[in-house]
Ligand binder design. Structure first.
Ligand SMILES: Nc1nc2c(ncn2[C@@H]2O[C@H](COP(=O)(O)OP(=O)(O)OP(=O)(O)O)[C@@H](O)[C@H]2O)c(=O)[nH]1
Ligand SMILES: [Mg+2]
Length: 440
C-alpha cells in the first residue's frame, strides 16, 4: 500500500525531529531510512541515491551552522526534494476538447474515461464518451454502464470491429459536445497492431490530448512505458491509476517524472469520483499526513518545543555541586524555579510543586555554601563520610537529613542528565518522579 511509504517517511521524520540533538548521526539515520522507504516503493535506486545525497549534503550544512530551527529546515528540505522527485502540478484546461485514452490491458482506461468524463461534466462541460475498444467483447457494455451511472452520454457500435470507423461516425453523428473522450483497446504489449490502430484513431480524431493510462502497480516501469508510447504514437501526458492500492505509486510517479512524462491525473479508487488533477505538493503532503508544508513545519516546531532541553549546556558537562548551585542561582535570578525544571527538560511542573520547592532551594543553597571546594566537585566524598555530612549540616544550620536529601536529589538529577544524552523517554520519567513528590 502506498500509505506504507507515507508511514515509513513519517516515522523517519518523527524519530528525527524527536531527537534531543540534531547531529551528523541523526542526519545519516534519517537519510538511510528515507532510502529504504523509497526503494521499497520501487523508486529507481539511482534516483533515490541522487535525492538522498542532496538531502544529506544540505542537511549537513544546516547542522554545521547549528541554527536553532535546524529540524524545521531539514524537514523542509526533505519535503521539497520529495516534491521534486515526484514531478509537478497539472492544471486541466476547462474547454472544448477531444481526448484519446490509450494504454495496455487492465491499466484502467475505461474506468478512467468515465472518471474523466465526470470531472469535466461537473465543471460545466457537455461530455460524450466513445467506445473504440474493438478488442474486448465486454468493453461496449462496460463503458455504457459507467456512462449511465455517471450521467454521461455514450456512443458505441457494438458489432463494428473498426475503431477508426466508430470514431468517424461518432464525430459525424454527434455535434454540440464540448468534450469527447475516446476509450481505446488494450493490448498485452505495445505491438504493431496496437500502434497501427492508435495511429488510425489518431488520424480520424486528431485529439487535443493523447493520454496514456498507466497502473501504479507497474512501479518504475511506468517511465519506460511512457517513453515507448511517446516514441511510437506520441502522448501529451499520463494518468496513473490505482495509486490507492499500490505500494509502487511513488516509483511510478518518480519514473514518469524522470522520463519527462507529465502526470495529468491520478486515480485513487474505484469510484467514479476517485480521480484528481495531479499536484506533487499535495501528493507529498497527503503522503506525510499533512495538508501542506506549513502545517508539517508547525508540527515539527511543536515537537521541538516539547523536547527542548538545553542540551548543549547539559551534555558533556559533569554535574557538580558547583554547577548545580550555579543553576539554582541562575534560576533564582531569573525568577521562576520553573526554568530549572525546564532546563532539565521537564517544563510542565505543577505550580504548587514549584512554590513549595523555593524554600527547599534556599536550604539547599546554604548547605552547598557550607561545603568545601573539594566536596562541591566530588559529592561522592560527602556521601561516603558521615562526619562530612554532620559538619555540613551544622555549618548550614540544617539537619543531617536535609544534607542527605540534597545528596539524594543531586544524584537523581545527575542520573537524569546522563539520561538526556541517550534517552528521550527519560524526560517522561522525570515528570513522573516529580509528580510522585520529587522535591528540592
Ligand atoms: N483501486 C482502484 N482500482 C481501479 C482504479 N482505476 C481502475 N481500477 C480498476 O482496475 C480494473 C481495470 O480497469 P479498466 O478500466 O477496465 O481497465 P482497462 O484499461 O479499460 O482494461 P482493458 O480494457 O481490459 O484493457 C477495474 O476493476 C477497475 O475498477 C483506481 O484508480 N483505483
Ligand atoms: Mg477498457
Amino acid at each position: 500500500m502506498e500509505f506504507n511509504l507515507g508511514r515509513r517517511i513519517r516515522k523517519a521524520i518523527s524519530t528525527f525531529t524527536g531527537k534531543a540533538l540534531i547531529d551528523e548521526k541523526a542526519i545519516k539515520e534519517i537519510v538511510k531510512e528515507l532510502q529504504r522507504a523509497l526503494i521499497s516503493a520501487d523508486v529507481d535506486v539511482h534516483l533515490v541515491l541522487k535525492i538522498t545525497k542532496e538531502i544529506e549534503k544540505d542537511a549537513m550544512e544546516i547542522e554545521k551552522r547549528r541554527e536553532l530551527d535546524a529540524r524545521e529546515q531539514i524537514v523542509k528540505i526533505i519535503y521539497d526534494k520529495l516534491v521534486e522527485l515526484l514531478g509537478e502540478r497539472y492544471e486541466p484546461e476547462i474547454r472544448k476538447k477531444k481526448i484519446l485514452l490509450l494504454g495496455l490491458y487492465g491499466s484502467g482506461k475505461t474506468t478512467t474515461a468515465a472518471k474523466l468524463g465526470k470531472f469535466y461534466k461537473t465543471r460545466g462541460l457537455k461530455v460524450t464518451l466513445v467506445c473504440a475498444d474493438v478488442d474486448r467483447p465486454a468493453a461496449y457494455e462496460q463503458l455504457k454502464q459507467l456512462c449511465s451511472k455517471a450521467g454521461l452520454s455514450f456512443y458505441g457500435e457494438k458489432d463494428n470491429k473498426n475503431a477508426r470507423e466508430i470514431v468517424k461516425h461518432a464525430m459525424e453523428k454527434l455535434d454540440g459536445f464540448d468534450v469527447l473522450i475516446v476509450d481505446s483497446s488494450g493490448r498485452s504489449g505495445l505491438d504493431d497492431v496496437l500502434i497501427d490502430e492508435l495511429k488510425q484513431i489518431n488520424e480520424e480524431l486528431s485529439p487535443d490530448e493523447r493520454i496514456l493510462v498507466l497502473s501504479a502497480d507497474i512501479g518504475q516501469v511506468a517511465g519506460k512505458q511512457a517513453k515507448a508510447f511517446n516514441d511510437s504514437v506520441g502522448v501529451n501526458g499520463i494518468i496513473i491509476t490505482k495509486a490507492d492500492g499500490s505500494a509502487k505509486a511513488g516509483g511510478a510517479l518518480s519514473a514518469a517524472n524522470a522520463a519527462n512524462a507529465k502526470v495529468m491525473f491520478i486515480g485513487t479508487g474505484e469510484r467514479i469520483e476517485d480521480l484528481r488533477p495531479y499536484d506533487s505538493k499535495k501528493y507529498v503532503a497527503r503522503l506525510l499526513g499533512f495538508p501542506d508544508l506549513e502545517s508539517l513545519i508547525e508540527k515539527v516546531k511543536n515537537i521541538e518545543q516539547e523536547s527542548q532541553i538545553d542540551a548543549t549546556k547539559m551534555i558533556g558537562e559533569k554535574l557538580t555541586m558547583k554547577t548545580f548551585m550555579e543553576q539554582l542561582k541562575a534560576a533564582k535570578k531569573m525568577g521562576p524555579l520553573k526554568d530549572v525544571f525546564s532546563m532539565m527538560g521537564a517544563p510542565d511542573v505543577p505550580e504548587e510543586l514549584v512554590s513549595q520547592s523555593e524554600e527547599r532551594m534556599k536550604k539547599f543553597e546554604s548547605i552547598i555554601n557550607s561545603m568545601t571546594e573539594y566536596e562541591r566537585e566530588n559529592p561522592d566524598a560527602i556521601r561516603k563520610s558521615a562526619s562530612r555530612i554532620k559538619r555540613i549540616a551544622l555549618g548550614s544550620g540544617c539537619d543531617v537529613s536535609d544534607v542527605k536529601e540534597l545528596l539524594r536529589q543531586f544524584d537523581m538529577i545527575n542520573k537524569m542528565m546522563h539520561g538526556f544524552k541517550t534517552d528521550r523517554g527519560m524526560r517522561k520519567r522525570i515528570e513522573r518522579m516529580l509528580k510522585k513528590g520529587f522535591k528540592f
